[in-house]
Design a protein around this ligand. Sequence first.
Ligand SMILES: [Fe+2]
Ligand SMILES: [Fe+2]
Length: 185
Amino acid sequence: MSIRPTTKDLLLNAFAGESMAHMRYLVFADVAEREGYLNVSRLFKAIAFAEFIHARNHYDRLKNYREESKVASGTPAGPGDTSKNLELGIMGEEYEVNEMYPAYIEVARFQGEKSAELSFKWAYEAEKIHAQLYREAKTHVDRKSDWPLKGRVWICPICGHTYVGEEPPEKCPICNAPKDKYISF
Ligand SMILES: [Fe+2]
Ligand SMILES: [Fe+2]
């Protein structure tokens, strides 16, 4: 079954955006490690994995898609120090939460593309948490101290849900995956 063209374009765009976010956060993790912010580095790596999950989910919806296309996905700026990188992370996540995914979800729903709608929704829910975690980490880095991580950063490999604590939740609050699915960083 082929996918409606507009939803398909949004899936491609979301796939590109998540792919770039994944790579950008891995670069930011390296910078944070060099600067001695080991927990912030771990946070970037965990969230990079969540963005991989989102990219994979969006890409998966394009299963039967075969045509030549070019996708451009912008990035707000090149990398800086960890404080700047967290700011870029916050900007990117807030864009996804406030602009991109709410609109994408509506279009997919309007076009009756339920599977794409779900993929966008899962990403939307996780990005809200990412924005919040980056904001928290930035308040510490701006005082030249590492983000105080108690426990580990847990990622749901189905939907990208991100959770900080000693143990993951019993069930993923976004997709209902059981606790033992979670991957920790
Ligand atoms: Fe995110
Ligand atoms: Fe999940």
